[in-house]
Each structure stands twice: as C-alpha cells, then as structure tokens.
Design a protein around this ligand. Structure first.
Ligand code: PEP
Ligand code: MN
Length: 337
C-alpha cells in the first residue's frame, strides 16, 4: 500500500501516518519527493484496509499496490493451471466445449442431447438438476432424479458431467454424481457454499456474479482454493448493463484480464451471456479469439418445448455449425477445438 500525502502535509502529519502504521504492526517507509511525500507500507500478512489511513490528517490518497488474493494469482503460480474434469484437461491448448441443456427435464431429453453433442465434438456435458430460477413458480429442476439422469447420460456417452450445486445442504449429494460442481452467478458470493464446495474434492466451475468485479470474482475463487481445492475453472457469463438487445452483456475483456492476473483457466458462456440463440455462435467465435479456454453452451433438441432458457438454446444443427466455425479460429490462435 502506498500513502500519498497532501502537498501541504506537515512533518507531524507524516509522523502521524508512520505511527498509525506501526501501531498495526506494519513498517512505514517515507519517500520524500519534490512536491509531496509518499509513504510505502510493508510487512502486512493480508490486505490492509485503506479506510484505516484515508482519513488521517494530511493524507491525499491511498493506493493499493498488491492484491488481496494470493492462491489464484499469477505471482503465486506463474504457469497456467490445467484442471482435469473427469479426465478432460481444461486450460491446455485444447479449447473445451461444454454443452447440454439448461435443465435436466427427463432421461429421454438429456440422453438425446448428450448423444447429439458428443457426436458433434463436445468434451463435457452440462445440465442443471437444481435450478436457480428467478421465479418460485418456474421449473426448479428434478433434484436427485436429475443427477441420476446425468449419470446415465455420462454412461451412455462417456462425457463427464458439469452440474450446479445451489445449496450447502446438497454439496455431498451433487458431488457423488458430478465430475465438476458448478457454482452459479447468483451464488458467486455465497461464502458458506464456496467453503463447502472447496472441500468437496471435485473440480469447480465458478460463474461470475452478474455484477461482480474482476477482484470479487478472483476472491470468490480464492475461497475455493483456500479450502485446498486447486481445481477451479472460472466462467464469464455476462453482466447486467442497460442493454436490451441481449439478456446480459458478455464481458469478453475479462478473458485477457483474468489471464494477466491469474493462472486459472477461464471459459465463456455465451448462452447466458446473450440470452438469444442467434448471438451464441458469433460470441463463441469471439470468445475463442479472445483466448478463452473453453465455451459453455446450452443445446436443446426441441428448444420450443424447453422448461428453461429455450430462447438461448442452440439446436443440434446450430451446434454442429458452431463447432465447424470454431475450428479455424482455434487454429488461428494456436489451439484446437
Ligand atoms: C446455468 O449455467 O445453468 C446458470 C443458471 O447460469 P448462471 O448461474 O450463469 O445464470
Ligand atoms: Mn440456463
């Protein structure tokens, strides 16, 4: 942390800041300049709260120079992490494709979609058995029956399964069936859930909260890693803005931003990110071009009958077109899909 003193700050005020730092067990290093003095603070174990210094007499500005997260940071782990999800590496040169229905609706529906996406080149199967719905009257998911259907679809296709866990009470249950536990956007800052999922012994797909900053996103991942779980995959799924041509605004600039700050892989979900199926293919192309380690897309063989998120589901034909369009883009950025 760097404390910049006002031009008119007196020596007594500088000494006051030094004393306040020392009272907190920190070392203060005053750096006198031509115009003003700055004071560097070192010796902290965790993040220092800027508010402790901002209001001291003579202080102009408090600048954070290190980050509050450690385990997720590139400083801590310079090489890219590769997370194995049921044997599929996420974060290497291969761009992973996670595909499947929004919700598990029936065995016939899930196995049909799983077979179609597997045939067309998907690496992982997605599908929610526990659904976080805005309305209590919307389809809430099949619960454990849905998990069993996902296990059946894995058996039928060989695709490892990614599925959401909504509640601390269900972590062990979902972990028994899933290859990867998804934490949804609405739960990105459910800290008790993060801690329990961090202990569950399964890789995690952590979706960005719909108004989360990069720092908040990485701190949520830090919760998982602080519990000893190194297998964390981040997922950008769009944030809330004023636009009305899409459901959310897909923030692709977070892909290079994450890549700079963290070693964790990041995938992009253009289905929730746009909410409209006609936008999913172009934004998937853009995701791969931006350096995403994978994409997560919703696919339904009868989108008009889907119990959730039908308008954003690709048909199997559109998914085939998506795979065809991604291949040359992956090659152009030195990867495969
Ligand atoms: C999902 O992927 O099924 C989902 C509910 O997405 P999000 O948490 O990003 O809204
Ligand atoms: Mn959905």
């Amino acid at each position: 942390m760097l404390i910049v003193m006002d031009r008119a700050a007196t020596e007594v005020e500088v000494a006051g800041v030094v004393a306040a730092a020392e009272r907190r067990g920190l070392r203060a290093h005053p750096i006198p300049g031509a115009q003003r003095t700055a004071i560097g603070l070192t010796g902290n174990r965790g993040a220092i709260d800027p508010a402790a210094f901002e209001n001291l007499p003579g202080v102009l500005e408090v600048i954070k120079v290190s980050h509050p997260y450690k385990l997720v940071s590139r400083e801590f782990h310079p090489q890219d992490s590769v997370v194995s999800v049921g044997g599929v590496p996420v974060g290497g040169t291969h761009v992973v494709v996670i595909a499947g229905p929004c919700a598990v609706e029936s065995k016939e529906q899930t196995v049909t979609i799983a077979r179609a996406v597997k045939e067309l080149g998907a690496d992982l199967l997605r599908g929610g058995a526990f659904k976080p719905r805005t309305s209590p009257y919307s389809f809430q998911g099949l619960g454990e029956e849905g998990l069993q259907i996902l296990a059946d679809a894995r058996e039928a296709t060989g695709l490892p399964v990614v599925t959401e866990v909504l509640d601390t009470a269900h972590v062990e249950l979902v972990a028994r069936y899933a290859d990867c536990l998804q934490i949804g956007a609405r739960n990105m800052q459910n800290f008790e859930l993060l801690k329990r999922v961090g202990q569950a012994g399964r890789p995690v797909l952590l979706k960005r909260g719909m108004s989360a900053t990069l720092e908040e996103f990485l701190l949520a991942a830090e919760y998982l890693m602080a519990e000893g779980n190194a297998d964390v995959v981040l997922c950008e799924r769009g944030v809330r803005t004023f636009t009305d041509h899409t459901r959310n605004t897909l923030d692709l600039s977070i892909v290079p931003a994450v890549e700079r700050m963290s070693h964790l892989p990041i995938v992009v979900d253009p289905s929730h990110g746009t909410g409209r199926r006609d936008k999913v293919v172009p934004m998937s192309r853009a995701s791969v071009a931006a350096g995403a380690d994978g994409i997560a897309v919703e696919v339904h063989h009868k989108p008009e009958e889907a119990l959730s998120d039908g308008p954003q589901a690709l048909t199997p034909d559109m998914f085939a077109e998506l795979m065809a369009q991604l291949r040359p883009i992956a090659v152009a950025v030195g990867r495969t899909v």
